[in-house]
Design a protein around this ligand. Structure first.
Ligand code: PAU
Ligand code: NA
Length: 603
């Protein structure tokens, strides 16, 4: 395969993307409150509107991994992956109507502050450390992917690109804070869509029009019907994608700090909920564009496996090769696609830097130094954002040593590490009996179970493995079933071949079950021990049917003098009263006795 080279215009467009992003960072560094408080630097003054927040929500976890990984997946295995779009429905409705009302009204800065209000300081620190681990590994994959996908087929310098994107992103995140992160996300999401659209339009035209593309993908069996096979080891079925995917979405859109921080930065709860709704069509569009790109690529190459010619390089690199093939003789368009890839990457790693700086500040440092001045805290937050930026470069290097299908790697990280954190929040929100011992042990058990199956699948090569060769007309062979026939797997091997799409659901349920069991063994939580507003009221109405000693009756307390809740949730960690948005956040305050979030006032 001949290498493709970029022209000066392409490098100029790439440079413009970096310059514009840095410019937005600089603008937010010198405008508004000039990033002199942590409220502004980490929370965007809690003044954001729903449009930028919604675009920023989709940008956080839509990186170059999805831009190249999804087309590669569709090219090799057909459109079954598209059914993950079904999971977006509940995956956004549940955050909008369960997680946002509960978390927003507690007036938090970090999602993991909830864990202290509901359980204990120790559980909060465990949740925070798990999140940090997840995001640090993930951001390495994110910064690595576009650089190396490009360098596999072009003369693009991979480490130069890693350095340039890592440093520019660090710069605008450390200068402009969350406002810069959100507004660059808006701009970068637009560039991302434009790049994908350009590839599709040109690709369809060069392949002979939509009808021809359709004929080829239809004859090549790339249009997948609904696969209702209930086998949980089947990699992609409606159940793994549409149901397992809901847990994946909840781990990302419900409890991940990067997203929760965006909800909390909204000026009202209603705006936060609305941004969740508005993210839905944008996410569907992003998914559709990536899947269509995979189909066009299939129609163009019709089964000849180009990746063989790439000298061991992955199918991910093949996507870039296809794009360069399409766009090469059109001035500026290769540059637009590079900008698209790096936009997707930048918007994800900037979210990672900012959210990592936030949790490190709010969950790990500030509780230890409650007297720290706002000025010091802000300066420290900026240097934290900077340090995570540099750590990201190290992680890119470690990713370089790993190597696998990047989409699967990213989704596995979300499932293995994000799933247990989701379980922790579910345990706290829906099960009032759960105590902090249960939560701690549950989290440990969930992580252990997730890593057991995750590492087991890699070691025994039952889960991922090599993709089968692609042929123009054959039905894409289902990976797991073919291996199952070869090996006649034992019980443990079947466990290892659990579809990676189930990782988050599986580990989340482990945390809840173990957490509940341990809580009942060590003495379940009593109503008077619960902080107001930390339990979702849905459970309250179900509780009526339970035996007396497990009952949590709202406002109907057995003790005459209600003890004060451990810590009023409307205080910031440094002890200063938090800014109160009129009405919206104060709704739970009048009835201090109820542990349940007041749901009557919900939007
Ligand atoms: C996470 C979802 C499913 C939804 O946002 C999708 O964007 C995706 O597949 N992301 C892959 C990971 C990444 O792009 O970095
Ligand atoms: Na992104």
């Amino acid at each position: 395969m001949d290498r493709k080279f970029f022209k000066v215009t392409d490098y100029v467009i790439f440079g413009l993307l970096l310059a514009a992003s840095a410019g937005i960072g600089l603008y937010h560094a010198v405008s508004g409150g000039r990033q002199r408080t942590t409220q502004e630097f980490l929370m965007a003054d809690r003044s954001m509107r729903c449009l930028p927040v919604s675009l920023s929500l989709i940008a956080s976890f839509q990186s170059a991994v999805a831009i190249v990984g999804v087309p590669a997946e569709v090219y090799a295995h057909g459109t079954q992956y598209w059914f993950i779009g079904c999971a977006y429905v509940l995956g956004l409705l549940i955050p909008a109507h369960v997680f946002i009302p509960l978390l927003y009204r507690l007036h938090l800065s970090s999602a993991y502050q909830y864990l202290e209000l509901r359980f204990s300081k120790a559980v909060r620190v465990c949740g925070t450390l798990t999140f940090i681990f997840q995001m640090v590994v993930y951001m390495g994959v994110c910064v690595y992917t576009p650089a190396f996908a490009l360098s596999a087929v072009t003369g693009f310098q991979p480490w130069g690109a890693v350095l340039a994107t890592g440093l520019v992103c660090t710069l605008y995140t450390a200068m402009g804070g969350l406002k810069a992160v959100i507004w660059t996300d808006v701009f970068q999401t637009a560039v991302m869509f434009a790049g994908q659209l350009a590839v599709i339009v040109v690709g369809v035209q060069k392949t002979g029009g939509p009808a021809e593309v359709w004929r080829k993908v239809w004859e090549g069996n790339r249009i997948s019907g609904l696969d209702l096979n209930p086998d949980p080891t089947e990699r992609h079925t409606f159940w793994t994608l549409g149901v397992g995917g809901v847990f994946l979405m909840l781990a990302l859109y419900g409890v991940n700090q990067a997203q929760v921080q965006r909800y909390l930065s909204s000026r009202t709860e209603r705006e936060a909920v609305r941004s969740c709704y508005m993210a839905f069509p944008a996410l569907q569009l992003a998914l559709a564009l990536s899947c269509i790109m995979g189909l066009v690529m299939f129609a163009r190459y019709c089964g000849e496996d180009v990746s063989a010619g790439l000298g061991g390089a992955s199918r991910d690199a093949m996507v870039v090769d296809f794009v360069m093939d399409m766009l090469q003789d059109l001035p500026g368009l290769p540059g637009l696609f590079i900008a698209c890839l790096f936009s997707a990457a930048l918007s994800t790693i900037s979210s990672a830097f900012n959210s990592l700086a936030t949790v490190t500040m709010e969950d790990l440092i500030r509780p230890r130094f409650p007297a720290m001045s706002e000025e010091t805290a802000t300066r420290l937050s900026k240097s934290l954002a900077l340090s995570y930026g540099l750590l990201c470069l190290v992680m890119a290097f470690l990713t370089h040593l790993m190597g696998d299908s990047v989409l699967q790697v990213a989704l596995k990280i979300f499932g293995m590490v994000g799933g247990p954190v989701l379980g922790l929040f579910c345990l706290g929100m829906f099960f009032p009996w759960a105590n902090s011992t249960g939560a701690g042990v549950g989290l440990g058990a969930g992580l252990a179970a997730a890593f057991w199956v995750g590492i087991g699948s890699v070691v025994t090569r039952s889960g991922a493995g090599r993709a089968p060769p692609v042929s123009c007309s054959a039905v894409p062979p289902s990976h797991n079933s073919s291996e199952a026939v070869l090996r006649a797997p034992s019980g443990l091997q079947r466990f290892y071949s659990l579809s990676y799409m189930w990782y988050s659901g599986f580990s989340c349920c482990c945390v809840v079950l173990v957490g509940l069991a341990v809580s009942f063994l060590t003495g379940p939580m009593k109503e008077e021990e619960l902080t107001p507003g930390t339990v979702f009221p849905l459970v309250g109405s179900v509780l009526r049917f339970l035996p007396d000693e497990l009952k949590f009756c709202r406002g109907d307390r057995p003790t005459a003098s209600p003890p004060e809740p451990p810590e009023p949730p409307h205080k910031t960690p440094n002890g200063l009263p938090a800014l109160q948005d009129a009405g919206e956040t104060a709704s739970f305050l009048p009835d201090r006795r109820s542990p349940f979030v007041e749901y009557e006032t919900a939007v």
